[in-house]
Design a protein around this ligand. Sequence first.
Ligand SMILES: O=C(O)CCC(=O)C(=O)O
Length: 280
Amino acid sequence: MDVWEPNRDQLTQWNEEGYFILRGVVPCDLAYDMRGVIKNEIMKPEPSGSPDKDPMDPMGDSPEAKASRFRKLGNFCSNSPLIWHSFHTGNFMLSVARYFLGEDIIVKFNSVFVKPAETGSETPWHQDNGLWRDGETEPFNAWMALDPARKSNGCLQFIPGSHKTEIVPHVVYDDSLHAELPRDLVSDMIAEKGIVHIECEPGDVVCWHSSLWHYSPPNPSLSSRIAIAGVWTNPIINKNRKRELSRWALKKGKICGAFPPESATFPDDVPFKPAAHKKV
Ligand SMILES: O=C(O)CCC(=O)C(=O)O
């Protein structure tokens, strides 16, 4: 497997600002193929083949209605071989993760962020490890654009340097989509450090520290913004944590190519004993 090392600018940006961008990690065509896998899923027709006109279900169950309201598909990528092998366990992404995490790597979370044209909602300001609430700060996060991600269609926004803060307890407001950083602290932090808009082409990847404060706004534009994300960690950092979603990605420096991916079980899991085959 290739050995990746950050260049001086990437290393400085990682240390000082908490992120860096890798342009063109996969070709645009492959990014669009991955996006196709996601679109096929969210736009699947109902089994009956006819849109649901149920007046008691104002959200509707038609493919168009579903496509417009999906926000996040958790754990989708470990069920999609194309995405899993191209991104989460792709040679290049694992060579980057290996720089941070060493020879044994597990993917702790994987998701798709769907921000449909006109209806895509925001992702509130958060630190990833503020939502995990497992105390981990070391895991490595990366996100790949599968559509062009622009200021106009809800690209990610970071507060540079905010990764140097502790893990701040997240809170829920009446209108919160999920737990978020306290809004007054976010305003203060923005006033102090400003915001960067992370504009990407399909196939570009942004990597960030799990304590970085980040957000993405709603998408009022006519262009959808689909992206995939992952969190890579290693069995030592992740020791004794809940890991039902974790999957092996690299063992002793070798890419785990199995599909479905192998589950990363708890280190102290004791297997059940096989039953004694006694004659009854
Ligand atoms: O894609 C987005 O809009 C949000 C992504 C995000 O917040 C995350 O991956 O932690």
